[in-house]
Design a protein around this ligand. Structure first.
Ligand SMILES: NC(=O)c1ccc[n+]([C@@H]2O[C@H](COP(=O)([O-])OP(=O)(O)OC[C@H]3O[C@@H](n4cnc5c(N)ncnc54)[C@H](O)[C@@H]3O)[C@@H](O)[C@H]2O)c1
Length: 535
């Protein structure tokens, strides 16, 4: 008696839906394993079952006597850990070539994870470049809105979204098990600070964990969320490398960082029109990411590695935070001296070199400038260093709402009023001009400070119809008030916090008693200037 042959597998013609593993898990038609070499077994289908950690197989042993007559068939169950079972059979170069080819002919499916202020414009860039996109978001409400052909972001029209859906250019879903369908995955999830103002990477981590579950060979994963240098390599990649199939970055899949530079509300730049910095965790990853963005974005700035790309984004935002702090501090000094800071900046910017204009305001807002520099401070602390410019800029900028409120108190005092009991209407709750995004807006801080001082508050913002719940502020529910002559005349003070173009400033000044302007929005108003104060 001798053992003739053995076959493991459930009778599928691929190895668990994959043809790229060298260990056989199939029978009929399987191109990888034992069954092809063993005609006897191709019609015999033992069982196999997969758990998270193991694949349970049943192997059949075919035994024949010395004359070649089948004598016995034994069925032996055994367990193989998933990690050891899966061995990629494509070489790294084959995987690179295959993805590069799909990118080149635009058949690569682009998965965009996080369909917010960054993700949606990015979809627009890729759809316009001829790619099909799958949009992933944990917020089922957003997915439903998109599926109904509606947009929830001001600068992306609903008609545009409806067009993507009807032409199957965008496939929005909350089903993270579909992450494996995309050839490239671009991560645009939030990166906030936690209560102690340290980086909160939970969204990046949970996204990476979702990808790891379904990661397949040849996929490219690009992190776009703003974060501190080393996040891609030291946080994202290890989670992806923990995938159950044992795929490894740089060999079986690819990873890169490319910071988003979206400037919502800026009519001169769309996501596609802003040069894109790209750095890979290795050469092939960087090449693939650069090739992909090269189709959709006006130009790609290739840097040596992911860390340079990460640091580049933080430098850009820190540069803004520090320069805004500088003009905010000068504003407080020049206010005291009766010098108009806005005229000073406008005069300085006529210098054709060496000066870039930044303007003061009521404080920093948005998801980037008030947050990202602190990612770097945190990293510096871990390196035993401090980032004094960042800390100082943070101190000046976070003080600005208090400065504005104290100025409002002074101006009311001038007309024999106190903040307590005064009717104050804040104009603009969005964090900046002509956007509907209220995140980190200093208007909320102004509102809370004035509320604690007993002001009777209202607000008007054509882009924020009602106050959204905010993590750090506890304000009563409020709706935007239309600006009528009667309403304006009733206010003791109208406080311009965000200089939306939709506001009719001459009208506002004409009908108000006192206008406190933190943005120089009323600079062109000629009638009633005696009612305007700067803060
Ligand atoms: N908004 C900007 O102007 C801007 C500009 C440059 C860079 N960034 C950076 O881009 C990133 C995204 O910012 P945003 O403004 O688009 O945020 P956003 O809050 O508008 O959108 C993020 C989306 O991600 C979704 N999400 C969260 N966790 C998820 C998960 N695990 N899987 C799938 N989806 C998930 C959320 O539901 C949300 O829809 C941040 O790191 C931000 O710093 C933003």
């Amino acid at each position: 008696m001798r053992l003739k042959s053995a076959c493991a597998g459930p009778g599928t013609n691929t190895c668990f839906g994959r043809s790229d593993y060298s260990v056989c898990a199939g029978a009929a038609g399987c191109t990888n394993g034992l069954c092809q070499r063993n005609p006897l077994s191709s019609s015999v289908f033992p069982w196999a079952e997969r758990t998270d950690r193991n694949v349970l197989y049943c192997i059949r042993l075919f035994v024949e006597n010395h004359s070649g007559v089948p004598a016995a068939v034994f069925t032996v169950p055994f367990t193989v850990p998933v990690e050891t079972r899966r061995m990629p059979s494509s070489t790294p170069q084959q995987l690179v070539d295959s993805l590069a080819a799909k990118i080149a002919d635009r058949t690569a499916k682009v998965g965009i994870i996080g369909l917010g202020y960054v993700g949606l414009p990015l979809i627009s860039a890729f759809v316009n470049a001829g790619f099909r996109c799958i949009g992933f978001d944990v917020d089922a409400g957003k997915v439903q809105t998109l599926l109904q052909g509606r947009s929830y972001i001001r600068h992306i029209a609903s008609e545009t979204v409806a067009g993507w859906i009807s032409k199957s250019q965008l496939d929005p879903t909350s089903d993270m098990s579909r992450l494996g369908e995309a050839d490239a995955l671009l991560i645009c999830v939030p990166t906030p600070l936690n209560e102690s103002r340290d980086p909160d990477l939970q969204y990046i981590e949970s996204t990476a964990a979702s990808i790891a579950k379904v990661l397949r060979p040849g996929q490219l994963v690009v992190l776009e969320s703003t974060t501190y240098p080393t996040t891609t390599r030291d946080v994202m990649v290890p989670i992806l490398n923990g995938n159950p199939a044992g795929l490894q970055c740089g060999r079986d899949f690819f990873a890169a960082f490319s910071p988003e530079r979206e400037d919502p509300g800026n009519p001169h730049f769309t996501a596609a029109g802003i040069p894109k910095v790209v750095g890979g965790t290795d050469q092939a990853s960087g090449d693939l990411a650069a090739a992909l963005y090269g189709h959709a974005i006006v130009s790609v700035v290739r840097v040596d590695n992911a860390e340079v790309a990460e640091a580049c984004k933080i430098l850009e935002n820190t540069y803004r935070a520090v320069n805004i702090a500088l003009v905010n501090e000068l504003k407080m000094l020049f206010d005291r001296m009766g010098i108009d800071i806005w005229q000073v900046v406008d005069a300085a910017k006529t210098k054709p070199f060496g000066f870039q204009a930044f303007y003061p305001g009521p404080g920093l807002g948005g998801h980037c400038i008030p947050i990202d520099p602190f990612y770097l401070s945190w990293l510096a602390r871990r390196q035993g260093m401090s980032t004094r410019f960042i800390e100082l800029a943070g101190e000046v900028n976070t003080f600005m709402p208090r400065y504005v409120v104290s100025r409002v108190g002074d101006f009311l005092n001038d007309v024999s009023r106190s903040v307590k009991g005064s009717r104050i209407c804040i104009l603009g709750m969005a964090y900046k001009k002509d956007v509907d995004d209220p995140r980190e807006s200093p208007s909320f801080e102004l509102m809370e400070l004035l509320m604690h001082r007993g002001a009777v508050l209202s607000y008007s913002d054509p882009h924020v119809p009602s106050l959204p719940p905010m993590r750090h502020y506890h304000l009563p529910p409020m709706n935007s008030t239309p600006l009528t002559p009667e309403f304006l005349a009733e206010q003791d003070c109208v406080l311009i916090s965000t200089d939306h173009s939709a506001f009719d400033y001459p009208f506002i000044v004409r009908h108000s008693r006192l206008v406190v302007d933190t943005r120089n929005a009323t600079k062109a108003v000629t009638e009633g200037r005696e009612k305007i104060r700067r803060a």
